[in-house]
Design a protein around this ligand. Structure first.
Ligand code: TYD
Length: 214
């Protein structure tokens, strides 16, 4: 592969989507000769759209999702990822681009690693095992780390499930992300997402330039 794959990960409200836009415009200034592809999961494709509708629905109803619904959601995320990989990520890398993906397979391990608790044993590892024969690991993963309570405060305007439930969920997802980062310190760069947006983008750019200018 000629290009580099950089993924941005973090809990909801960690500010990674805002950072992605800042990073993309700064990178375009700093490395004008490089092609840059800013992409995301869930994608804007067919499966990604189904997922967004499902997530909105699950967020707004009071009843718990069933085990079958959680499994279905996992495989929809995986199907969306497979399409993202083959239609966008691989061809862009082949063309030599820097690919910045706002969420990627690690989100599936971290989030569905929580929703599948009690349904499959050790769900994070289980999901990673399913991915490992065909997923392309990122060259770098920037993990935007923010205390779940602060993340929830940032999202206060967003509607959804009862606050406590949401906080507990985000804490578990945050926990999964931190464990995954600790196990792969050479791939993950942890960024303090509590700083102002300018500094967050600055730190992220430094990590990316370190990789692309090697
Ligand atoms: P995203 O669009 O990044 O949310 P936002 O920009 O609003 O923060 O992702 C939508 C939701 O989907 C988010 O709560 C995280 C979740 N998600 C998963 O549960 N599994 C996955 O594999 C992915 C990619 C996202």
């Amino acid at each position: 592969m000629k290009g580099q794959l950089i993924t941005l990960e973090g809990i909801d409200g960690s500010g990674k989507s805002t950072a992605a836009r800042h990073i993309a415009s700064k990178l375009a200034e700093t490395l004008p000769e490089r092609k840059l592809v800013l992409t995301a999961e869930p994608t804007a494709g067919k499966v990604g759209q189904i997922l967004r509708e499902e997530l909105a629905r699950a967020n707004n109803i009071e009843t718990e999702s069933s085990a079958a619904q959680h499994m279905q959601e996992l495989f929809l995320f995986m199907a969306d990822h497979a399409q993202h990989l083959t239609k966008t990520v691989l061809p862009s890398l082949e063309a030599g681009a820097i690919v910045l993906s706002d969420r990627y397979a690690d989100s599936t391990a971290a989030y569905q690693g929580v929703t599948l608790r009690g349904i499959v044993p050790d769900p994070v590892q289980w999901i990673q095992n399913i991915y490992s024969p065909w997923n392309l690991p990122p060259d770098k993963t920037l993990l935007f780390v923010l205390d779940p309570r602060s993340a929830l405060e940032r999202m206060q305007s967003r509607q959804g499930r009862e606050k406590f439930e949401r906080l507990e969920f985000l804490r578990s997802v945050d926990d999964n992300f931190r464990r995954m980062a600790a196990l792969e310190p050479q791939r993950f760069v942890q960024i303090d997402a509590g700083q102002d947006a300018e500094n967050v983008a600055e730190e992220a750019i430094k990590a990316i330039l370190h990789l692309t200018c090697k």
